[in-house]
Design a protein around this ligand. Sequence first.
Ligand code: UDP
Length: 242
Amino acid sequence: MEKALLIREDGTRVDGRKPDELRPFRMEVGVLENADGSAYIEMGKTKIYAAVYGPKEAHPRHIAQPHRAILQCRYHMATFSVSERKAPGMTRREHELSKVIREALESVLFLEEYPRSMIEVFVEVIQADAGTRTAGLTAASLALADAGIPMADLVAGVAVGKVAGRLVLDLSEEEDKNCEADLPVGMAPSINSIVLLQLNGRLTREEFSEAMRMAKKGIEVLYEAQKKALQKRFAAYGEVTD
Ligand code: UDP
C-alpha cells in the first residue's frame, strides 16, 4: 500500500481509527491451568499468552544469586503467528525482545526479596500484527500479578509511530511496515516510570514529546483495563466484590 493511503484526507487511518486511538483490545487473567500465573491479551489482531512460574528454587543451581532472584524471560513467536512461516527456534529478534521485556519487568519486581530463586516468564505470540513486544509486556505484567508476585506497579506498553508524516498510536502491521519511525514505550504509570523505550527511525524533539504524550494516554487506558482484568479474576474467588 502507498504510504499516502495509510492516512486518509480526513486524518483517519486505513482501519478507520483516529491518530490517537488504540486498536480494540481484550485482556484476561488466569487463563492457563498449569502455570503459576497467566494472562491473555488481544490488541487488534495481535494475540499473546503470557505464563509465569515461580518464585522457585533457581535451576540449574549454579545460576542462583545469593542476594536476589533471577528473572528469566522468553519472548517467542509461534511458527504460525506471522504470514510467512517462522522457523520454530529463537531468532536474534526474539532474543532481543526477551531481554527488553525482562529489563522492563525487573524495574518493578522486588527480586532481592527472593534470594537463590528464579522467576520464569514466557511470552508466546500466537498471532502477530505489530505491537507484540508492548502487548507481551502488558500481558507478562498481568501474569506476574496473577502469580501473586509483588510489584511496585503494573506495567503496560504501546507503540507510537510516524506514518505518512503523522504520529499514530498503536501501529498495525500494515502501518508498522510502512512507518518512518516506531517508538515502543512501556510504563509503570502509578510510579511514573518509563520501563521500556526503543526508537526505530527518526523523530524531531517536538515529535518525540508528542509521541510520548500519546503513548502515556494509551498506556493509561490499558492500565485501567489491566486493573479491571485482575479484579475480575479475583472476584471469582470472592476476594473482591466490586
Ligand atoms: N513480523 C513478522 N515476522 C517476523 C517478525 C515480525 O511478520 O519474523 C511482523 C509481526 O506482525 C510483528 C511486526 O512485524 O508484530 C513488527 O515487528 P517488530 O519487530 O517491529 O516488533 P513488534 O512491533 O511486534 O513489537
